[in-house]
Design a protein around this ligand. Structure first.
Ligand code: PLP
Length: 445
């Protein structure tokens, strides 16, 4: 694993990978979406080695999770130290220092100069469940407003707000009642299908002038739930006026504002939180994924006066597990020390390098990003902006064959979300491979 370049030495999948795939296909839930047959054996820094000894450069970070890279030595040490002393006790029934200390740290690093409290879960969807239940409990209002294209998780509450792909909801209804969705502002692509340059849609006017006047009395809305940058929906960065206007609208109607920073938080955008780019403070913020470099942990952080539920109202056996807390402490330390700045610097470097791709490649419609949350949207025609999912499929597969791990988001966007330790030299290797794959797709399709 010392190699600093991807190295593919077998046909893919290799012989050992094929054995695992056969077992997996027989016994593992078929609901998982795997774009290509990577069968990993170990990871170190920016690289993942598969069970046949092939080495891949990782620009997906376990879906934005291994923020400090694979098996960062300091994170591993912190996990080992904690595992030798106390692996589990359950923070719902007992006290231990790690959970209280991490809550104090999380309260300090989240936006808002007010007293906060922190609820611990194990995943993004659990953090969202807690946020939704808390919003209902505190406001005594039943309703929620989410946004089309958003992803918040797959348990029933979170799924009710999620409006990303129909397959995620198909046959799971009825979901939570009292949930409405508004269009998410997409500077490149109008949700109502208006032609580029002709769109005057305003999601906030939609909420105020249509939802509130027709089907959703604002007095019944507990919270508006939003991703400051839409993740699974396509790495969409809304105009900088969006969050401030949403804050103002929510305040005017006594509605809580919940920011889902599960994917865009923990330094990925070059600041600890994506909402800090626009200076907007939510009432409740959730995070997970990159918070503990790969151990399962999530947080739901709320103003202390909002988190007013009594003992027994909500809890989880594993949430805030001491080993996950230790990993989170070390992760946050490393992010604050150097990796958030690195994300800003290398993200800018990558964006600069790919900014001329729409001019060079007819199937690249748009490139966009903030820090290391970068999207490259593929289109059949730059004029019509028709999505091109087939091209994305080809590009992801070809990149894998050439030793680069990337994933898609939205209908036809390639997303780059490397660990925050990524350096310019890794980016050059990844972008050379990716550009080659784009050219190949252009020729083939
Ligand atoms: N919220 C956002 C913005 C996400 O991107 C995700 C997962 O991709 C979730 C919530 C759900 O997180 P988890 O898969 O950990 O439940």
């Amino acid at each position: 694993m010392e190699k600093q370049v991807p190295h593919i030495k077998t046909a893919l999948p290799g012989p050992e990978a094929k054995k695992v795939l056969a077992l997996d296909h027989q016994f593992v839930s078929p609901s998982y979406t795997r774009d290509y047959p990577l069968v990993a054996r170990r990871g170190q820094g920016m690289f993942v080695e598969d069970v046949d000894g092939n080495s891949f450069l990782d620009f997906s970070a376990g879906i934005a999770v291994v923020s400090t890279g694979h098996c960062h030595p300091e994170v591993v040490k912190a996990i080992q130290r904690q595992a030798e002393n106390l692996i589990h006790l359950s923070g719902t029934d007992f006290y231990y220092p790690q959970i209280a200390q991490l809550a104090e740290k999380v309260a300090a690093i989240t936006p808002g100069n007010f007293a906060k409290r922190v609820y611990f879960g194990n995943s993004g969807t659990e953090a969202m469940e807690a946020a939704l239940k808390l919003a209902r409990y505190h406001t005594r209002r039943p309703g929620f407003i989410g946004f089309f294209g958003s992803f918040h998780g797959r348990t029933f509450g979170a799924l009710s707000i999620t409006a990303s792909k129909a397959v995620q909801r198909n046959r799971f209804g009825p979901l939570l009642s009292g949930v409405a969705h508004a269009p998410y502002p997409n500077p490149y692509r109008c949700a109502a299908g208006h032609k580029p340059g002709e769109c005057e849609c305003d999601p906030l006017e939609f909420i105020e002038k249509i939802l509130f006047k027709t089907s959703v009395p604002p007095e019944e809305v507990a919270a508006i739930v939003v991703e400051p940058i839409q993740g699974e929906g396509g790495y969409i960065i809304p105009p900088s006026s969006f969050l401030p206007r949403l804050r103002e609208l929510a305040d005017r109607h006594g509605i809580l504002l919940i920011f889902d920073e599960v994917q865009c938080g923990m330094g990925r955008t070059g600041k600890m939180w994506a909402c800090q780019h626009d200076g907007v403070v939510p009432d409740i913020l959730i995070s997970a994924k990159g918070i503990a470099s790969g151990l399962p942990l999530s947080v739901t952080v709320a103003r202390a006066d909002i988190m007013d539920w009594p003992p027994g109202a909500h809890a989880s056996t594993f949430g805030g597990n001491p080993v996950a807390c230790a990993a989170a402490f070390e992760t946050i330390r490393l992010l604050e020390e150097k990796y958030i700045d690195n994300a800003a610097r290398v993200g800018e470097y990558i964006l600069k390098r790919i900014s001329n791709w729409p001019a060079k490649h007819r199937i690249v419609g748009h490139v966009r990003g903030r820090g290391l949350m970068i999207g490259i949207e593929l289109v059949k025609s730059q004029e019509t902006r028709e999505p091109f999912p087939e091209a994305r499929h080809t590009i992801l597969e070809r990149a894998f064959e050439q030793g680069l791990l990337i994933l898609g988001c939205g209908e036809s966007t390639v997303r780059l979300m490397p660990p925050l330790i990524v350096e310019e030299q890794h980016s050059d290797i990844a972008l050379d491979i990716l550009e080659r794959c784009i050219s190949e797709a252009e020729e083939k399709l």
